[in-house]
Design a protein around this ligand. Structure first.
Ligand SMILES: O=C1O[C@H](COP(=O)(O)O)[C@@H](O)[C@H](O)[C@H]1O
Length: 406
């Protein structure tokens, strides 16, 4: 990845990690330019807290939309996003009877296939909340992909404009579109450098050869996505970190042109300041670091283990003296390395010596079977000598101490 520029123009450090315990933080590579974009970046320290943040955002958007036009139109995409939506289950005070659910993209597969986004959404939360069945708009099964896309567009066009209004250009105005993002930057089933991604007409498109399996899908078009009142891109987990960063940098470097990767939906191509209706459209990017349970550190167990080991040490004074000596040696050697580094050309010369010696060692001891056996014998011999010397030292200490008792 290239350098990350801070508002001052200086390069920013690469790490995106944040202090533990913070639920939501500012993303360090995002510098909002209020005139050019109305995207906000919300960063959570882990996917668990990100899921809660997402569920709250959806709940608030639903309340606002129901107040405004008596319905809430929510558009889902697939993948890891669906699991995060599980946090909606059990939330109090949600008027699910007024929700209408759609898919930003869907795979052209049977509804019981594990590749089916609707199946994932149903398992994660639709089956656990009271949204009327007829208000969940699924892709019709068993059609060829072209007909499936036409049929899906027909379902949307058939809705009463009080539920799904259209804008002045005739595109649908969904209340909230939730987009996942692939590591390659695709959103919905709009993949970078594919013709469908730059389509400027139509609501729904068929995809017959998706670069990510399964190959047959349908997807909302970019202008249909852009017309929504709110769009949130949800990018949870380490696998999404790089693409998120790249897109934020692209948005920063060319704030007035549509971003090249389709992660942040391209802004309508208006010259100058966005009009009031455009600036009212909210764009959110929710990111979270992945925290795997196996990564958590049990500090108590470590302390206990150290305590047991320390209790088992017979001569604690010697251990303390040796440990102190090791620290001093480490300090001396680091000073030495510092001094060597300060001499011009010497570090490079020493690197060459190291390289030469390593090559010789590999050739002499590791390349051929016979020389590897020889090396093992030498190591055994050395071990025997060290063990013998230690035993001799022990014997002489015990004979001295028994001598002094006479
Ligand atoms: O194929 C798809 O992938 C993206 C991202 O999925 P994820 O599992 O990497 O989060 C998803 O947003 C899209 O809807 C889906 O069809």
């Amino acid at each position: 990845m290239g350098a990350h520029l801070m508002p001052s123009g200086a390069a920013a450090p690469l790490s995106t990690s944040k202090g533990a315990g913070l639920a939501e933080t500012e993303h360090m590579f995002f510098y909002p330019d209020k005139d050019a974009t109305n995207v906000s970046v919300r960063q959570f320290v882990n996917a668990e807290l990100g899921g809660t943040g997402l569920a709250n955002m959806v709940k608030n958007a639903a309340e606002e939309s129901i107040k405004k036009h008596g319905a809430f139109t929510l558009v889902l995409s697939g993948g890891s996003l669906l699991k995060a939506l599980g946090k909606l289950v059990g939330m109090k005070g949600v008027d699910y009877a007024k929700w209408h659910v759609f898919y930003a993209d869907e795979r052209n597969v049977p509804h019981d296939s594990d590749d089916c986004t609707h199946k994932g959404a149903h398992e994660a939360f639709l089956s656990k909340v009271a949204i009327p069945e007829q208000q969940v708009h699924k892709l019709r099964e068993g059609l060829n992909v072209q007909d499936a896309a036409t049929e899906y567009a027909g379902q949307l066009l058939g809705l009463d404009p009080s539920v799904l209004p259209r804008n002045s250009e005739g595109f649908p105005v969904f209340d909230l579109i939730l987009l996942g993002v692939g590591p390659d930057g695709h959103v919905a089933s709009l993949f970078p450098n594919r013709t469908q991604t730059s389509a400027r007409e139509g609501w729904v498109l068929p995809i017959a050869d998706s670069p990510k399996p399964p190959p047959e899908r349908i997807t909302l078009t970019m202008p249909a996505i852009n017309s929504a009142r709110h769009v949130a891109v949800v990018a949870f987990g380490a696998g999404k970190a790089e693409i998120v960063q790249r897109v934020l940098e692209a948005a920063r470097l060319a704030p007035r042109s549509p971003v090249s990767a389709p992660l942040l939906p391209a802004r309508p191509q208006t010259i100058g300041r966005p009009s009031i209706s455009q600036s009212r459209q909210a764009r959110d990017l929710l990111v979270a670091r992945a925290v795997d349970k196996t990564e958590t550190v049990d500090v108590d167990a470590i302390v206990k283990d150290l305590q047991t080991k320390w209790d088992g040490v017979e001569n604690k004074t010697s251990v303390v003296v040796y440990a102190g000596g090791a620290v001093v040696l480490l300090w001396l050697s680091s000073s030495l390395v510092g001094a060597v580094n300060a001499v011009p050309l010497l570090p490079k010369l020493l690197e060459l010596v190291g390289l030469g010696y390593t090559s010789w060692f590999v050739y002499r001891y590791l390349l051929f079977k016979s020389s590897r056996e020889e090396l093992l014998q030498d190591v055994d011999e050395l071990k025997r000598k060290i063990a013998g010397a230690a035993q001799d030292a022990k014997k002489s200490t015990s004979s001295k101490s028994s001598g002094s008792s006479f």
